[in-house]
Design a protein around this ligand. Structure first.
Ligand SMILES: Cc1cc2nc3c(=O)[nH]c(=O)nc-3n(C[C@H](O)[C@H](O)[C@H](O)COP(=O)(O)OP(=O)(O)OC[C@H]3O[C@@H](n4cnc5c(N)ncnc54)[C@H](O)[C@@H]3O)c2cc1C
Length: 471
């Protein structure tokens, strides 16, 4: 029997495990994946978004609480819990020294189209190095770790955790932290959530999963069966437009197509469908997967000309290249006449001022729908490039209702010893939308809190059991 059982082995779970151990608890981590795939989606990450009032190590200028909050408010359209969101924001300003203590190293932001030198601290060696550092620290602190251990059931009585089950094995704990991700890897659940559209298509059948194959939402389903309070819309997710040639799972960040705001995006019918220059790419990139999911065949084409080459992070696979626009349309199997009509009317609508991709510049369109509000320049300089993109699901937002202590709720009542952190409760802060780096801020903040609270709860449960036995 352990004080704290942690289900999952990504960032949120590891933060919980380390904090619980530091608080004196004995800790067991149950990770679904084999050792070589440990770390869930966290292994694919690069940075976390941090509040700071003045320049701090790798972060330039300032990114005050209010600005962070306004950014979150804007992307979520207000579907966020302000109290929890502000708590995450404040935690993001103080967690880095603790992360460094456990071996995580930071570096200044990389160049590219994510304008994040001010707001985001990058992990040296990426998420894989972060996860490895946390596992090393966990081993050094004497945390027990079991790989290949997908929890398939939980024993819960009156909202109190008793044990986690992996097949016929049973792991008892005085408290539990559920840090086992969303349900994005379960394609059947995604299919059910998205349903069939007006064209008779099942959009989710054309989705790709950017991260781990192990976030199957099994524990979330168990919690639903047990009557835990849930929140969020199962179709809402962090969903990015990624290269249509990406693998089904674990394509990671190199499959992202980051030139959307520099050109135009057309659907299978060769028509534009959204303002490509609405806002800075870090605040918009996670919208585009959903936008593509709404298009016929769940496919779209990001089109740029030679002027944009070198201004964005190059994708891992080359784009389709052509010397003329009609040739590009033919190569992408788009209707040439419609494509040319789309490009020509876009080009004619461009009002080019002073192009500057580092600010919301004055290059915009007039008289077309949808408009392009920034970085609008005619697509007129060959060679031309096109990238076919599909929706790439990063993580789902539907999950467990929690409070500022990361407690799980049953019928509005907080469980005395069950806590949740990471993707599984991210929807409390992220009802929809996304701003780069906030996933790791949420997981780190709630993970650390959940670990501390679980250690405290375990102590109370043990004291309660001793009193009960003595009575
Ligand atoms: C390609 C990519 C890039 C990203 N980049 C960034 C970034 O730069 N910054 C950022 O903030 N966010 C980023 N994200 C999002 C980020 O990964 C998540 O917000 C964050 O990692 C969530 O942490 P987590 O611990 O909740 O989930 P995960 O890291 O996915 O961990 C969940 C863990 O639970 C395990 N698990 C699942 N089911 C079970 C079960 N039944 N039993 C036992 N274990 C189970 C999994 O194996 C996994 O180890 C990115 C995601 C992807 C896919």
């Amino acid at each position: 029997m352990w004080d704290v059982v942690v289900v999952g082995g990504g960032n949120a779970a590891l933060c919980s495990a380390l904090m619980a151990r530091e608080a004196g608890a004995s800790v067991l981590i149950l990770e679904a994946s084999p050792k070589e795939w440990r770390g869930g989606n966290s292994q694919h990450t690069r940075n976390l978004r941090c509040m700071h009032d003045a320049p701090q190590d790798v972060l330039v200028d300032a990114y005050p609480e209010e600005e962070y909050w306004q950014d979150l408010l804007k992307v979520t359209g207000g579907i966020t819990n302000e109290k929890l969101a502000r708590m995450v924001i404040r935690e993001s300003s103080t967690c880095r020294p603790w992360m460094e203590k456990h071996g995580v190293r930071f570096q200044p932001s990389l160049s590219g189209t994510l304008h994040v030198a001010r707001t985001n601290a990058f992990f040296m060696g990426g998420g894989k190095a972060l996860v490895n550092a946390y596992y090393r620290s966990a081993e050094n602190l004497g945390i027990d770790i079991l790989y290949d251990s997908p929890v398939d059931d939980l024993e819960i009585k009156d909202g109190t955790f008793i044990a986690a089950r992996v097949g016929d094995k049973r792991y008892e704990g005085h408290a539990v932290v559920l840090g086992c991700g969303g349900f994005e890897s379960d394609r059947a659940w995604l299919r059910e959530a998205w349903g069939q559209n007006e064209r008779g298509e099942w959009p989710a059948d054309n989705f790709l999963i950017r991260g781990t194959r192990y976030n199957m939402g099994v524990v979330l389903k168990v919690m639903m069966r047990e009557g835990a309070d849930t929140m969020g819309d199962p179709t809402q997710a962090h969903c990015v437009a990624i290269d249509a040639r990406s693998p089904l799972y674990d394509g990671g960040i190199c499959t992202r197509i980051d030139c959307v705001s520099l050109g135009i995006v057309v659907n299978r019918e060769a028509k534009r469908f959204y303002d490509e220059g609405e806002d800075f790419w870090p605040k918009r990139y996670a919208l585009w997967g959903r936008l593509v999911a709404m298009q016929p065949g769940q496919i779209a084409y990001s089109i740029i000309d030679a002027k944009s080459v070198g201004r964005f992070m190059p994708p891992v696979f080359d784009g389709v290249k052509a010397d003329t626009l009609p040739e590009l349309a033919r190569k992408l199997e788009l209707d040439v006449d419609t494509f040319m009509e789309t490009v020509n009317s876009f080009n004619a609508a461009c009002r080019v001022g002073t192009f500057d991709h580092t600010i919301q510049d004055d290059c915009h369109t007039e008289g077309i729908t949808p408009e392009k509000t920034h970085w609008a320049r005619p697509i007129d300089t060959g060679p031309f490039y096109g990238y076919a993109v599909r929706p790439g699901v990063t993580f789902t937002y539907f999950g467990l209702t929690t409070d500022e202590k990361a407690s799980v709720f049953f019928n509005g009542k907080a469980s005395p010893n069950m806590f949740a952190a990471g993707e599984i409760n991210a929807g409390n802060v992220l009802g929809k939308g996304y701003t780069a780096g906030v996933g790791m801020s949420i997981g780190t903040a709630f993970g650390r809190i959940a670990g501390t609270q679980a250690a405290l709860a375990a102590k109370k449960m043990k004291e309660g059991a001793v009193k009960h036995a003595a009575a």
